[in-house]
Design a protein around this ligand. Structure first.
Ligand code: SF4
Length: 333
């Protein structure tokens, strides 16, 4: 595996309760997954489920409270010096808002050269060659480097952000809602570009997205997050065709699809996502789950295999099909 999260937790202290105890927001609470070279792993879930915090942990923009980020079989919290520098070069990010992520005072050529200079000391000619190469990969002409970010459209700015990430020849990209700030007509172009780049260079992608149509089209594996934990994971085609967890089922049923016959349901998920400061006991989804039964409010369900490489956390999986569940056993998340 190229990039892995192992039992990652990120808890943020947020002041003290009436009794003097420290309140803690459990933004990420024991998340594990792996991203392979040349493949895309998507994290989906409602706003506030913790997926953006996971992205920051994987980029070392936040340090985990516990658990590990593993890159090329090495724990990155133990990296220092040149090994840490190599990680920072090989794992790059593309963020949601190309308006905010590009320095408005720098010309595009300087923006793309910045990460090269942060990691290497090439000559001017080599920098120019690498910048032109990155611009060509994302479909912008050499001359684009002379202009400032505000002189480009939203889609072109996102191409510039991708070029900046590619300039240091990364092995993995963390894509945090990479198309959600763009017009619908431009989104497909950026996704096609990212697919082409993955095919050509074998990059691993971790994509954070709330657009399920995008995820279905773009990712190989999908992990569904709810209130800081992963509740289901599997090959994207399987998760979308036959979701096992009631939360995944509700999420998919309420999502718009590019199918003219699909009418998104509006009332399948009850209430609001709960508080990460005080998550419900047992299954965290139980206050909103239409199928909740006796153990759900007390016992946290274990991950149960639902296919050769898929699993979900739900007591229904062991109640409805006890023979099959015992055959399949449980798997580590
Ligand atoms: Fe619903 Fe219970 Fe399954 Fe949680 S464990 S999703 S509450 S049925």
């Amino acid at each position: 595996m190229l990039l892995e999260a192992r039992a990652l937790k990120k808890h943020f202290p947020v002041g003290r309760s009436l009794f003097g105890e420290r309140d803690v927001v459990k933004a990420v609470d024991g998340v594990s997954f792996a991203v392979e070279a040349g493949r895309t792993f998507a994290l989906v879930g409602e706003s506030g489920c913790g997926k953006t915090t996971v992205a920051k942990l994987m980029l070392l923009l936040e340090r985990p409270t516990s658990g590990e980020v593993i890159y090329r079989d090495q724990t990155i919290s133990a990296l220092s010096g040149s090994a840490l520098s190599l990680f920072r070069r090989e794992v790059q990010a593309v963020f949601q808002d190309p308006y905010a992520s590009l320095n408005p005072r720098l010309r595009v050529r300087s923006i793309i050269a910045e990460p090269i200079l942060a990691h290497e000391r090439p000559g001017r000619r080599e920098i120019d060659r690498r910048v032109d190469e990155a611009l060509a990969i994302v479909g912008l002409p050499d001359g684009a480097g002379r202009f400032y970010p505000h002189e480009f459209s939203g889609g072109q700015r996102q191409r510039i952000a991708i070029a900046r990430a590619l300039a240091v020849k990364p092995k993995a990209l963390v894509l945090d809602e990479p198309t959600s700030a763009l017009d619908v007509s431009i989104r497909a172009q950026i996704l096609n570009l990212l697919s082409d780049i993955q095919d050509e260079f074998g990059l691993a992608y971790l994509i954070i997205a709330h657009d399920l149509a995008l995820v279905e089209h773009f990712s190989h594996t999908t992990g569904v997050m709810y209130l800081g934990t992963l509740v289901e994971e599997g090959p994207t085609a399987e998760v979308f065709a036959a979701p096992s967890h009631p939360y995944t089922q509700a999420l998919l049923a309420s999502a718009p699809r590019p199918d003219p016959d699909h009418v998104p349901a509006t009332d399948v998920i009850l209430g609001e996502i709960g508080s990460a400061m005080n998550p419900p006991p047992g299954c965290r989804f139980h206050p909103r789950c239409p199928h909740a039964f006796a153990p759900c409010d007390a016992v946290d369900p274990e991950p149960t295999a639902t296919g050769a490489s898929s699993w979900a956390r739900c007591h229904l999986l062991t109640r409805r099909t006890p023979a099959r569940a015992s055959e399949l056993g449980t798997v580590a998340s």
